[in-house]
Design a protein around this ligand. Structure first.
Ligand SMILES: [Zn+2]
Length: 173
């Protein structure tokens, strides 16, 4: 029969192994979460690849998804064009910057702007109607999501520069 000392020792050992188990479970759950995210990224890439390359179009489900995606893309494009019309801007074919409709050249890169046939928005036109507002918000959200990655990447070196400047000690020669 185990002495009280042995029992106490065993209890301590049990507590240690229990907390090791908890730590390992937590670690494994983090790994699973990360793997699940990787799987989602792969699914997204596969979907993009299939739709962009027009693959598996004979499959009914894929054909349905492709049709839905085409509708959404058209909506985004229409909303983007509408925004450009409301803002009275063209898009520079060289750098993608927004250029006033009155400009013949891009003020960022100098590319000549091809005049589009889009009429400027009339002053008496109601600028925001409910339907447009909703569609535009969706398009903007989608664009923001798309641009988010790029913006974060381009902002990173800038932030680094600011940090470097801020960290510089004042000259004391
Ligand atoms: Zn440009």
């Amino acid at each position: 029969m185990a002495s009280w000392r042995e029992k106490l020792n065993q209890a301590a050992q049990n507590t240690i192994s229990k907390s090791k188990e908890v730590a390992e479970i937590a670690k494994l759950n983090v790994e699973i979460g990360s793997s699940n995210q990787s799987m989602k990224n792969i699914y997204t890439e596969v979907g993009k690849y299939v739709l962009e390359n027009g693959l598996l179009s004979e499959d009914e489900s894929v054909a349905e998804w492709a049709a839905k995606a085409a509708d959404i893309k058209a909506e985004i494009e229409a909303s983007t064009e509408r925004i450009k019309a409301l803002k009275n801007v063209n898009t520079c074919p060289g750098c993608g910057a927004e250029v006033p409709k009155t400009s013949k050249f891009c003020d960022k890169c100098g590319t000549p702007i091809v005049v589009t046939s889009t009429e400027p928005v009339k002053e008496d036109e109601e600028i925001i109607d409910a339907d447009f507002s909703e569609a535009s918000q969706e398009a903007e959200a989608a664009q923001a999501q798309e641009a988010g990655g790029e913006a974060a990447e381009s902002a990173a070196p800038k932030a680094g520069c600011c940090c470097a400047e801020a960290q510089e000690a004042p000259g004391e020669d």
